[in-house]
Ligand binder design. Structure first.
Ligand SMILES: CC(C)(COP(=O)(O)OP(=O)(O)OC[C@H]1O[C@@H](n2cnc3c(N)ncnc32)[C@H](O)[C@@H]1OP(=O)(O)O)[C@@H](O)C(=O)NCCC(=O)NCCS
Length: 159
């Protein structure tokens, strides 16, 4: 189990650790709060229990899962699937902390570059990824099924 205490928040320790099966319900509930097309609980269950190339981390404060992020580790490429922080806990650098640990863990497992898709309207996420050196490299037209919004494809190379 990967675990590291990433910081103090209002006097409370935040733990970032690998997601486990017990977390699936909380992650799915969090996803519903954060995305217009949330993944199902079954999807997360499969990701965490069956998908050998998936790495999922959660951020936990006082026993509550306040954020999570996932990546598929494909040979030397990391594909970030999702990053989400509970609306009540945003702008406290929790997203940044999870992504930082995710990138470090992936690098330790031999990942040298990472990619993701993000909605063109999602400036918050784009700014977050840019902080880690992700750069926009292309567009997937109409990628999102709900409103046919385009996705920006971002890539990052390890330093
Ligand atoms: C994107 C998301 C994960 C950011 O989480 P967060 O914990 O609030 O972000 P952080 O506090 O770690 O912010 C890190 C950096 O991201 C950028 N950022 C985050 N939220 C932002 C916002 N609302 N507006 C502008 N920049 C923002 C800033 O550069 C920030 O650094 P700064 O505080 O030093 O300026 C969160 O807004 C979220 O869950 N959104 C809904 C789900 C989603 O869109 N996920 C991404 C899918 S691709």
């Amino acid at each position: 189990m990967r675990e590291n205490v990433a910081g103090k928040m209002s006097g409370t320790d935040m733990i970032i650790r690998e997601a486990k099966l017990d977390d699936v319900h909380s992650i799915a509930e969090l996803d519903k709060l954060c995305f217009s097309m949330p993944w199902s609980e079954v999807s997360f269950l499969k990701e965490i229990s069956e998908n050998n190339i998936a790495l999922y981390l959660v951020a936990e404060i006082a026993g509550q899962i306040v954020g999570y992020a996932g990546m598929w580790l494909i040979i030397d490429e990391g594909h970030i699937t999702n990053v989400a922080v509970h609306p009540n806990f945003r702008r406290r650098h929790i997203g940044e902390a999870i992504v930082s640990v995710l990138l470090a863990e992936a690098q330790a497992e031999g990942i040298t570059r990472q990619t993701l898709e993000v909605r063109v309207s999602n400036f918050a996420a784009q700014r977050l990824y840019e902080k880690f050196g992700f750069q926009a490299c292309g567009i997937r037209k109409g990628y999102y099924e709900d409103n046919h919004e385009d996705a920006i494809i971002m890539w990052r190379e390890n330093e």
